[in-house]
Design a binder for this molecule. Structure first.
Ligand SMILES: C[S@@+](CC[C@H](N)C(=O)[O-])C[C@H]1O[C@@H](n2cnc3c(N)ncnc32)[C@H](O)[C@@H]1O
Length: 257
């Protein structure tokens, strides 16, 4: 694992598009968001693999793999997986490209990285999405699974994604988003605000893991609309920007450099 200082300030941000406003029930202001997240994910890291298996509407290995193939990922491609956590999306990538040596994992939480390194032999960098210690024009594909809401600023992250991809390279961002209809949004709230944190507490017997799940609902409730994400991708220089919606809750954002 190589380490950059993930708390060092990110590149100058112009035209800022925050994924959501400050969530003051959890931290005082946006300056504290990244350190809050690192602590929260460090504490919940030993439990994340379990929660990812049963807690996310079955967004497990086969969903991730299908989504990446839908976006055009092929054997032999060189891929960077941003916000890789314990590695669920990176493992789906490895299944497609055929070798862990073709995959680079980027993750700011030391706890999540440590769990990932037990499971995947790929290169790991401790870094944030908007400041990655890798060369320009180096990757065929960039993936980000269920983490877009955590970046500091969409514009800075997408500019960095554009920098590291080869010309013609692809970005695919997997996310859970609010359903368009009122009933779907109500069900989503019941599940993410109440059921998931409770189940997490029961299964893990860990308060930090349960707390992280309630935090997730607040980010979902406050997340910018999908069109704002698409616009930020276009503004960062991506073409063929599009989204695929699956089952009304999974959104796959795509673009080409
Ligand atoms: C919900 S987990 C997703 C893990 C994995 N990608 C997956 O598919 O399940 C979100 C991850 O985003 C990471 N993260 C938080 N802030 C980040 C940032 N600014 N840049 C990159 N990753 C970040 C967290 O540490 C955490 O591991």
């Amino acid at each position: 694992m190589t380490t950059t200082d993930p708390s060092s300030s990110s590149p100058a941000q112009s035209d800022e598009t925050r994924p959501h406003p400050a969530l003051t029930d959890h931290y005082d202001d946006l300056e504290k968001k990244q350190s809050f997240l690192r602590d929260a994910f460090d504490d919940a890291a030993p439990y994340y693999e379990g929660i990812a298996k049963w807690g996310w509407f079955g967004s497990g290995h086969s969903y991730r793999k299908d989504a990446l193939q839908r976006a055009g990922m092929k054997p032999g491609m060189k891929v960077i997986d941003v916000a890789s956590g314990t590695g669920p999306t990176a493992r789906a990538v490895i299944d497609i490209v055929g070798s862990a040596d073709l995959v680079t994992c980027i993750e700011p939480s030391a706890g999540m990285l440590a769990e990932s390194e037990k499971l995947i032999s790929s290169v790991h960098h401790q870094a944030m999405a908007d400041d990655m210690p890798v060369d320009d024009n180096d990757f065929d594909f960039l993936t980000m699974g269920f983490a877009l809401r955590h970046v500091e600023d969409l514009g800075s992250a997408f500019a960095e994604f554009h920098r590291v991809l080869k010309p013609g390279g692809s970005v695919v961002i997997l996310d859970i988003t609010m359903p368009k209809n009122r009933l779907g949004r109500w069900l989503m709230k019941i599940y993410f605000k109440h059921i998931l944190p409770t189940l997490t507490r029961v299964f893990t017997r860990n308060e930090a893991a349960s707390y992280l799940m309630s935090y997730y609902w607040d980010t979902m409730d406050q997340m910018v609309p999908r069109e704002t994400v698409l616009q930020a991708l276009r503004k960062a220089g991506f073409s063929e920007v599009d989204e695929v919606e699956v089952l009304g809750v999974f959104t796959e954002y795509k673009g080409t450099k």
